[in-house]
Write a protein that binds this ligand. Structure first.
Ligand SMILES: [Zn+2]
Length: 147
């Protein structure tokens, strides 16, 4: 698959993505075609060689603490699957419950279905005898953009 270079809004190179991913970015209007293959189209777009982000992405994210935490981001990171049973997730579970000081951080939250979330309740996974299928981590901006 052809790799497409992604430029930040200030034209600083960020990374390469697949052509399919680049087209998705165009469709979502987060990027525009910066440089294209001559005389080739993909759908309504010129075949991109380089795309440019519409809004500036703070690149220290890539080296620092990662993107800001959000519920939508947790669902995107976990593929909208429950971190315990793998079924469709509609809620966010705090691994260390909020009532016990657990915070809204990438590593303390997983997508969860309502059944698992209620079953776990005010306990840690260990206390509830539940096993996490995933190791929650800080997603890269790139990983979030792919969803
Ligand atoms: Zn579940």
């Amino acid at each position: 698959m052809t790799a497409v270079l992604v430029l930040n809004a200030d034209l600083g190179p960020l990374h390469r993505v697949t052509l399919r991913h680049a087209v998705r970015m165009l469709l979502r209007e987060v990027a525009v075609v910066h440089e294209s293959e001559p005389d080739r189209l993909i759908g309504v777009y010129p075949m991109p060689k380089v795309v440019r982000l519409v809004s500036y992405v703070v690149t220290r994210w890539r080296f620092g603490n990662g993107p800001a935490w959000s519920r939508a981001g947790v669902h995107a990171r976990d593929g909208r699957r429950c971190g315990y049973c793998g079924k469709d997730a509609t809620t966010i579970d705090h691994i260390l419950p909020r009532s016990r000081g657990g915070r809204n951080t990438w590593k303390n939250t997983v997508a969860a279905c309502t059944v698992c979330n209620q079953r776990k309740g005010d306990r840690t996974p260990a206390e509830a005898g539940m096993v996490l299928r995933i190791q929650p981590s800080v997603p890269t901006w790139h990983a979030l953009a792919q969803r």
